[in-house]
Design a protein around this ligand. Structure first.
Ligand SMILES: Nc1ncnc2c1ncn2[C@@H]1O[C@H](COP(=O)(O)OP(=O)(O)O)[C@@H](O)[C@H]1O
Ligand SMILES: [Mg+2]
Length: 469
């Protein structure tokens, strides 16, 4: 300061909105001159001018920032691949983005002012809408699926998130809906689950053929034996008849001897003893085949795409029957079924697919454990059903290899498998999860201990009414 010949110095802070932005400095080459009264009002004036100017600069740059952000936001919404709708609190449409226009076929002008219910197909139950309105009116977000109808009467599915827009005073002013068109995705999933079903029937076919072939073989052997027995018996009968009618008067002893000789010659005692046994076995064999064929027919039921009433216990029994060849060499199955579980509204084919995937996984796990322990023990698969209040419980437990801790969070991921190529596709549990959670609003939990076994608990709500493809 000395070199600048500054003798006195005054720094006045400038503060905007209680924030200190800096100081305005005044200096003078007069000692104390700068503090003289006549300049003080000038300093104050100058400080005020600078503060005002700076404040305006700040406001403008803030405004530019806000305008820039708004522009990006508008662009993001306008270009979004999801439909965006803003309605007032009564559901009247105030804004829709171009994706909405593209998906629904309605022009912007056509929908503004309309109520959002113009897309209602009548297929989403009104209870669902009630929950939606209750949730968003409470200031919370709602997530769910709609089966909607567009301007040209085409059905489409949307996955929507609807949230209230709340102003500074905490009042809901509008609702914002962001909706993804999932029609294609659902169709693909349906296709995938169908092709998976066909695949599993294909895989089971060899086993089923074997299951049918074994009884058919002894039914065939028995039929040959019965045919031979019949011709032996008729031979005895006709010979005896001819003997009695050959015109001679035989004594009783002669008649008895002839009969005894014939009986021994044709081995009738053996026939009398074996025929009932052969008939019984044949009956059992035919019943067995009939049961498998019926189970197969039920399992592969062309099936409703809509939910229908279905007996879960029966579904489990059928699936156990047709998959017998998959498990019988490694395990016994204990079925512990709750008779009070009446028919439930569900997708029968899909649930059969779930049961099959669970049984096959358990059988594989038991096989895996045996392989690891170099053992050949029959494991156990327990299938239990239970009804409690409005929920059907289905539990699959096995004494298999268990699941490693590091894998347990990944087992439901599509394509996650610990099995060798050709044995596992990693699709099974992903499909199970989709069927239980998405298609039936149910739940699935897993508990497992490595080396001990695994349990899957499935819960299905009995009053499930949600619409699906
Ligand atoms: N009951 C079970 N016991 C042990 N591990 C299991 C069981 N069920 C599933 N897993 C594990 O979860 C993985 C994924 O199963 P899944 O989706 O059915 O595919 P994949 O059977 O084709 O491997 C399996 O590879 C296996 O590691
Ligand atoms: Mg599997």
């Amino acid at each position: 300061m000395k070199s600048l010949d500054i003798k006195s110095f005054l720094a006045v802070p400038f503060v905007i909105n209680k924030i200190l932005y800096g100081f305005i400095a005044f200096d003078s080459n007069n000692t104390f001159g700068i503090l003289s009264k006549k300049y003080l009002s000038l300093y104050n004036l100058l400080t005020e001018v600078v503060t005002n100017l700076y404040s305006r600069y700040l406001n403008e740059s803030e405004l530019i920032k806000i305008t820039d952000t708004n522009r990006s936001l508008i662009q993001a919404v306008e270009q979004s691949a999801n439909s965006v709708v803003i309605t007032d609190v009564r559901g009247n449409i105030e804004y829709v983005n171009p994706k909405f226009v593209e998906r629904t076929g309605y022009s912007y002008a056509e929908v503004i002012g309309q109520n959002s219910r113009i897309l209602k197909s009548g297929h989403t139950p009104s209870s669902e809408y009630e929950i939606l309105w209750k949730t968003i009116s409470l200031g919370k977000s709602w997530k769910g699926q709609f089966k909607n109808i567009d301007k040209h009467n085409n059905i489409f599915w949307e996955q929507a998130t609807i949230s209230p827009i709340i102003n500074e005073t905490g009042i809901i002013t509008q609702f914002l809906a962001i909706k993804e068109d999932i029609t294609e995705k659902l169709l693909q999933e349906n296709q995938r689950s169908l092709s998976n079903k066909m695949e599993s029937i294909g895989q089971l076919a060899a086993g089923i053929a074997h299951e049918i072939n074994t009884p058919m073989q002894y039914v065939g052997d028995n039929a040959n034996f019965l045919a031979d027995s019949y011709s032996s018996m008729t031979k005895v009968f006709f010979d005896f008849n001819a003997f009695l009618e050959d015109g001679n008067n035989y004594t009783n002893d002669e008649i008895r001897d002839f009969y005894q000789d014939k009986k021994e010659e044709m081995d009738l005692d053996f026939i009398f003893e074996e025929v009932p046994e052969a008939l019984e076995q044949t009956k059992i064999g035919i019943e067995h085949v009939t049961k498998i064929v019926k189970a197969m027919k039920d399992f592969a039921h062309p099936g409703a795409k809509e939910k229908a009433y279905f007996d879960l216990n029966k579904g489990l029994q059928n699936t156990v029957a047709i998959s017998k060849n998959e498990w019988k060499y490694v395990a016994e199955i204990d079925l512990n079924l709750d008779e009070s579980l009446t028919e439930i509204l569900c997708l029968q084919n899909e649930l059969n697919q779930v049961f099959l995937n669970m049984i096959v996984n358990s059988a594989h796990a038991i096989e895996e454990k045996n392989k690891k322990n170099n053992a050949n023990e029959l494991g156990k698969i327990t299938i239990e059903t239970k009804r409690k209040d409005q929920i059907a419980f289905v539990k699959f437990s096995d004494t298999g290899s268990g699941i490693k801790k590091k894998d347990i969070d990944r087992i439901f991921d599509p394509f996650f498998t610990t099995k060798e190529v050709g044995k596992g596709t990693g699709q099974g549990l992903a499909i199970v999860h989709d069927i239980i959670v998405n298609k039936h609003n149910g739940k699935i939990f897993v508990e497992s201990e490595e080396g001990i076994g695994t349990s899957f608990n499935i819960e299905l709500p009995l009053n499930e009414v949600k619409e699906q493809i």
